[in-house]
Design a protein around this ligand. Structure first.
Ligand SMILES: *Cc1c(COP(=O)(O)O)cnc(C)c1O
Length: 378
């Protein structure tokens, strides 16, 4: 966890005249994003290779970050900084050797779409893509194909067709609103979506997937948004922290605002090579999440998406990490490690195997300390 001092951004030359009411305004953060090589080159000293990465990716994948997210970087000269690695393009994103076994849409989200913008994979829940805009573009994005599209929200007509489908399919109990980042939309659009979904009786849960808590937490200082969460009382928030440096002393205070509206806050982490693929980093992240009252939900194996696979770890790394966490960390802090299968076949959990042997009447288990225990089967 990082502790940010009052007016800490003023230590950066470019923001020395930015007042607190501006810095802590989510719209200021979005309006003042860094969106191109030109925007960032005076702020960060980029080497030739990084410069080249910008040039060769700029017409393929968007670049973008909020000032707040940039300000969390502890050492700008450290090429391995976990935040820099999540926002700066790399030449590996389009290198055919690095991108072997990768696909634009491995989970057939667009193909398994009964109505444009909706993906209906599991009977009881649908994915609702509300916009393709994000205030920060993660280099490891699983919907990186959308970077090829214009940054825009869907139209009211598209939303209406999506509501219509959900209304007609009564087995759907949950709508997962994602994007892009749905909380970058203006409150009026968010209310339009929530109001319409709230009126469909068979919807019990509205899950919002957003990274704003990580990259623009001031979004949740907006009382009008908090009132919407309070009023449309089916909302759960799932966010996306990947590293302890992303959690600050502000995070906990802001989570409290969200929780006060009756909205649970959960987190999904992606296991990323060179960013968080070691036991200690994940343990610290899970501890900091718990301190902030955010429940770890999933730890994902990095998806086989074009432009992303250079972040992949060995698939068994996640199991090793879970094995390390079990017994050492509160069960509240242990996420489910999941792999999304290609062709839209769904997510599967991977767990360490605690069964050593099955005998006729007994099972031999091992505990987290590798002690063997024999138990009768029935
Ligand atoms: C991941 C996903 C969900 C949600 O799955 P959970 O296991 O409930 O988190 C729903 N629909 C699609 C298409 C998904 O990819």
């Amino acid at each position: 966890m990082q502790v940010l001092e009052k007016d800490y951004w003023k230590k950066f030359d470019i923001w020395k005249d930015v007042e607190e009411y501006e810095w802590r305004n989510w719209k200021w953060q979005i309006a003042n994003r860094f969106k191109s090589y030109e925007d960032i080159k005076n702020f960060l000293k980029l080497d030739k290779n990084q410069e080249k990465a910008f040039k060769i990716t700029e017409n393929i994948f968007h670049f973008g970050t909020t000032p707040y997210y940039l300000s969390l970087i502890k050492d700008f000269s450290d090429k391995n900084n976990p935040i820099l690695k999540q926002i700066l393009p790399s030449t590996k994103e389009i290198d055919p050797v690095s991108q072997i076994e990768s696909f634009l849409d491995p989970f057939l989200e667009d193909e398994m779409s009964p109505v444009s913008g909706l993906t209906h994979r599991y009977p009881d829940r649908v994915l609702f893509r509300a916009t393709n805009f994000c205030s920060v573009y993660c280099r490891h994005c699983m919907r990186k194909r959308m970077f090829l599209e214009d940054e825009k929200a869907r139209t009211k007509e598209e939303y209406d067709a999506m509501f219509q489908y959900i209304k007609q399919n009564k087995q759907i109990k949950e709508v997962l609103i994602s994007g892009g980042d749905p909380l970058t939309l203006p409150n009026s659009k968010i209310e339009y979506i929530l109001k319409n979904l709230y009126q469909i009786d068979h919807i019990d849960v509205i899950r919002i997937g957003s990274r704003e808590l990580v990259v623009n937490p001031y979004r949740f200082l907006d009382d009008d948004l908090l009132q919407l969460f309070d009023k449309y009382d089916k909302v759960w928030l799932v966010t996306h922290f990947n590293h302890p440096d992303e959690i600050t002393n502000e995070t906990k205070k802001i989570v409290k605002n969200i929780l006060s509206t009756g909205t649970p806050v959960l987190n999904q982490t992606v296991l990323l090579k060179g960013i968080n693929d070691d036991e200690k980093t994940i343990e610290q992240l899970m501890r900091d999440l718990l301190k902030s009252k955010i429940k770890p939900y999933y730890l994902f194996y990095c998806d086989p998406v074009k432009g992303v696979v250079h972040f992949r770890t060995d698939i068994f790394k996640g199991i090793e990490i879970l094995e390390y966490l079990r017994g050492r960390l509160s069960g509240l802090g242990i996420p489910t490690y999941a792999v999304d299968l290609k062709d839209g076949l769904g997510k599967i959990p991977l767990v360490p195997d605690y069964i050593e042997e099955i005998e006729e009447n007994h099972v031999i288990f091992r505990n987290y300390q590798n002690k063997k225990v024999k138990m009768i089967k029935s």
